[in-house]
Design a protein around this ligand. Structure first.
Ligand code: SF4
Length: 200
């Protein structure tokens, strides 16, 4: 296949790369696909069920067969995807339904609350020092515990922390009298969450 040429001259609009693409899964395959599509001029929505993109590769030390450092390959791509103007990462999200046909899909995405404002979280880590709730650390395959408020891993993208309620409806209220971070949505006395769960 030869090189495709795009022109802005009148009458050639049909050749311009337009539209939006949904990529499901923020592992290394989804990240690279999103970067390639975004560089081609498409708006990309990258759906990821976890707090952060990265997938299984983020858990690996080395890659086969070259024995390269997995995170050395992955982390620049995490940053590129997080900063790319054509990529919108949708963490904590799953696809509910897909309607339409090739070229004209309508996708419904369900997004779980993060309880932390990704614009305000600076990753200072103060919340984890006072959070009393411990849950199995899935990033470490359950071998160690983590706090209910946590980052998925050190280089996560989006970098903001999130709260895993772990089935406990009192969260994130358990943090409300322990520290004063404006990035975390806390319950009012009535038990309602202040504001929306926010972006991210
Ligand atoms: S949620 Fe607040 S306290 Fe926790 S890391 Fe983010 S900025 Fe720091």
């Amino acid at each position: 296949m030869g090189d495709e040429k795009f022109s802005t001259s009148p009458g050639s609009e049909a050749l311009l790369p337009t539209g939006a693409v949904l990529v499901v899964g923020g592992g290394i395959g989804g990240i690279q696909s999103s970067l390639d599509l975004a560089e081609s001029g498409f708006k990309v929505y990258l759906v990821e069920r976890n707090l952060s993109i990265g997938g299984t590769m983020a858990q690996l030390d080395k890659t086969f067969p070259t024995n390269d450092c997995a995170m050395c390959i992955l982390s620049p791509k995490l940053v590129d995807a997080g900063r790319h103007r054509n990529i919108q990462i949708l963490p904590l999200s799953t696809v509910e339904s897909v309607e339409g046909e090739a070229g004209n899909f309508r996708v419904t995405v369900r997004k779980k609350p993060r309880y932390v404002d990704i614009e305000k979280c600076t990753r200072c880590g103060d919340c984890t020092k006072v959070c009393p709730v411990e849950l199995p650390n899935e990033y470490e395959q359950g071998l160690v515990q983590r706090r209910a408020i946590y980052p998925l891993f050190a280089q996560s993208m989006p970098s903001a922390y999130g709260i895993d309620k772990g089935g406990d409806p009192s969260l994130p209220g358990h943090l409300s009298d322990r520290y004063k971070c404006s990035g975390v949505y806390r319950p009012r006395i009535s038990g309602q969450i202040q504001g929306s769960p926010g972006p991210g």
